[in-house]
Design a binder for this molecule. Structure first.
Ligand SMILES: Nc1ncnc2c1ncn2[C@@H]1O[C@H](COP(=O)(O)OP(=O)(O)OP(=O)(O)O)[C@@H](O)[C@H]1O
Ligand SMILES: [Mg+2]
Length: 600
């Protein structure tokens, strides 16, 4: 599978490359190829039988006017007709079943792989895109691809068979007329191409605009509390309406073009058809053609005309499907951080000692390349030590931790764990040695038990309760009527910030990592709970390397080393006592301020 470079802003154009690329979706059909082939055979036979059936009325006419060349009676013809009809019904039934199997299963396969890709993509991917855009690919675009397999492709093949078969029959039985007819085709085809290009462009714009509209909905719903607190309902509504109006405008423009396209095709097509029929009528008049053949001719020109008209539609449909496929493949072609393996057994990862070294690490976020967030960070943390990062908001503390989690790559310098560059470790193994209690804890929809067990999927009940107890979360969990089975998250009980933080701590306790990262882990707690949780954390920190980010200096007094971060650099480092001696030091200033605040 080729990866194409320089594809950031693809022009809306179906190149052969792009089309070939789109054919890759057939990979997902491959496991169901026999059903697919069976469906196609049914389709092909059905289409041929359809042509046969359409041949019968002309023959009836010939029999009635005594010009038949086959010597069949009317009764026999009707018998053949019903036989063919029965056969075609059976084939249609089979075809629908087979194509349903193919399209449903292959699309499920595609969705599976797409989701597997999404969860294994690196953090930067998600920062460069909006959630709505991503979900739209998994839903809208994939649905469109499915449409191709369930309807478009089958219809396309059927119409092509009918077209080719119909033309074949006409050429075979009345070559002169057929030539006149075929002379009009290229005109129609060229016109279809010109129109198709315009429509394609508009369709894509419409798709994009609709996606944007959905993004507005999602963003407002996600931040609904803020929207309400600031009474910005009207603002959000207006934002939605503006986006919606734009979508309608583009849709109508597209519809206008499509209408024009349809009208044009009808006019050109039917103009040509009536012209040809007129020629045929003249031939019958002069005796150069049987009356029954004229009926055949009228029937088949109608069929051919219909086939061409719908092929014109399929063309545009195919194009937007190629576009959708392309957007889906774009995600599938992104580089994953890791592979999902089929076996469910959690691999036993080796335990690290937990030595952490930062060597002149420079970093700017991929979304804001021009702002350097870390400007040469040097750290050396011995195994089992507790270090603290302090500093003003936006200084880069969380960023340091995120680099350690390998969410991003440093631009310069390197990070080592146990004296080995962290990129050299297997990612799953590496991350299984780390646990983080983040600044903002989001819980998954599910029970509290599920949320705690997230740190160790095979943990038993006792371990979970023990972890909850150590995190000082057990008391509040027990106070809920359903205890650990209390459903939290979107549809369940809302936990307070401090409760969520304690669930996250329990999760980290259960994980039992070599390196523990606490990003403001006690920030949402009242002084009393903080003390209890702090005790829990102190137990948790024993025997492992801990990196603690804290604004409240009281919580880090005991740290083996405190690093003061300012504007992406380490400006001071040492123990609480050492740093307090620096009269003009930032740490000292901070400490004084907090102390004063505490006493007043
Ligand atoms: N995902 C991101 N993309 C782009 N810039 C970011 C991102 N996260 C943080 N930043 C920027 O990087 C800088 C450092 O942010 P960081 O979160 O590391 O600060 P912090 O020291 O943890 O602050 P706080 O104490 O408020 O949590 C800030 O200027 C911030 O705007
Ligand atoms: Mg932070």
């Amino acid at each position: 599978m080729r990866r194409r470079g320089g594809d950031d802003k693809p022009p809306v154009k179906i190149t052969r490359d792009k089309f070939k690329r789109a054919l890759r979706v057939f990979k997902y059909v491959l496991p169901y190829r026999w059903a697919f082939i069976g469906g196609m055979v049914c389709l092909g036979l059905g289409s041929l039988i359809f042509l046969g059936i359409m041949k019968v009325p002309g023959e009836i006419f010939n029999v009635v006017s005594g010009e038949s060349q086959y010597g069949l009676g009317l009764g026999q013809l009707m018998g053949i007709l019903f036989g063919l009809l029965a056969l075609q019904s059976g084939l249609s039934f089979l075809r629908v079943q087979l194509f349903a199997i193919v399209s449903e299963k292959s699309i499920a396969l595609l969705r599976q792989e797409l989701f597997a890709k999404l969860v294994t993509l690196g953090i930067p991917f998600f920062e460069q895109r909006r959630v709505g855009e991503i979900t739209s690919r998994l839903t809208n675009d994939v649905t469109q691809v499915q449409g191709v397999f369930s309807i478009t492709l089958a219809e396309f093949v059927r119409q092509v068979i009918v077209l080719v078969g119909g033309i074949g029959i006409i050429i075979f039985t009345m070559p002169r007329l057929a030539l006149t007819m075929l002379a009009t085709f290229p005109v129609v085809v060229v016109l279809a191409m010109v129109f198709g290009r315009h429509i394609r462009r508009l369709m894509k714009k419409r798709q994009d605009q609709l996606a944007l509209t959905n993004v507005v909905v999602e963003e407002s719903m996600q931040t609904i509390q803020t929207v309400k607190a600031y009474t910005n309902e009207k603002f959000e509504w207006k934002r939605y309406v503006t986006s919606l109006n734009e979508a309608v405008r583009i849709s109508l423009k597209t519809a206008w073009m499509r209408g024009l396209f349809a009208a044009f095709i009808i006019f050109v097509m039917f103009g040509a058809l009536f012209f040809i029929m007129w020629r045929a009528a003249i031939m019958v008049q002069s005796g150069a053609m049987l009356k029954g053949d004229l009926v055949d001719f009228v029937v088949f020109t109608g069929i051919i005309g219909g086939a061409i008209a719908s092929l014109g539609n399929f063309y545009t449909e195919l194009i937007s499907a190629v576009g959708a496929t392309d957007r889906v493949l774009e995600i599938l072609d992104e580089e994953s951080e890791l592979e999902l393996t089929a076996d469910d057994k959690p691999r036993k990862a080796p335990r690290y000692h937990g030595k952490i070294t930062y060597e002149n690490v420079r970093f700017s976020y991929p979304t804001r390349k021009d702002v350097e967030v870390l400007k040469g960070i040097n750290l050396e943390i011995e195994p089992g030590k507790k270090v603290a990062l302090v500093g003003s908001s936006g200084a880069g503390k969380s960023t340091i931790v995120q680099l350690l989690l390998r969410f991003y790559q440093p631009d310069e310098g390197r990070i080592l764990v146990d004296d080995r560059p962290i990129q050299d470790f297997d990612l799953s193994e590496y991350r299984s040695n780390l646990a983080i209690v983040p600044q903002e804890v989001l819980l998954f929809g599910g029970t509290i038990r599920d949320n705690i067990r997230y740190g160790k999927p095979d943990a038993d009940e006792e371990e979970i309760i023990e972890a909850a107890r150590l995190a000082n979360a057990w008391d509040f969990i027990r106070s809920f009527p359903e205890g650990l089975d209390t459903v939290v998250g979107e549809r369940g009980v809302k936990l307070s910030g401090g409760q969520r933080q304690r669930v996250a701590i329990a999760r980290a306790i259960l994980k039992d990592p070599a390196i523990l990262l606490l990003d403001e882990a006690t920030s949402s707690l009242d002084a009393e709970s903080e003390k209890v949780v702090q005790d829990a954390l102190n137990t948790l920190m024993e025997g492992r390397t801990s990196v603690i980010i804290a604004h409240r200096l009281a919580t880090i007094r005991e740290a083996d080393c405190i690093y003061v971060i300012d504007n992406g650099q380490i400006v001071e480092q040492g123990t609480h006592e050492e740093l307090s001696l620096l009269e003009k030091g930032i740490y000292n200033q901070l400490a004084k301020m907090q102390f004063e605040n505490a006493t007043t």
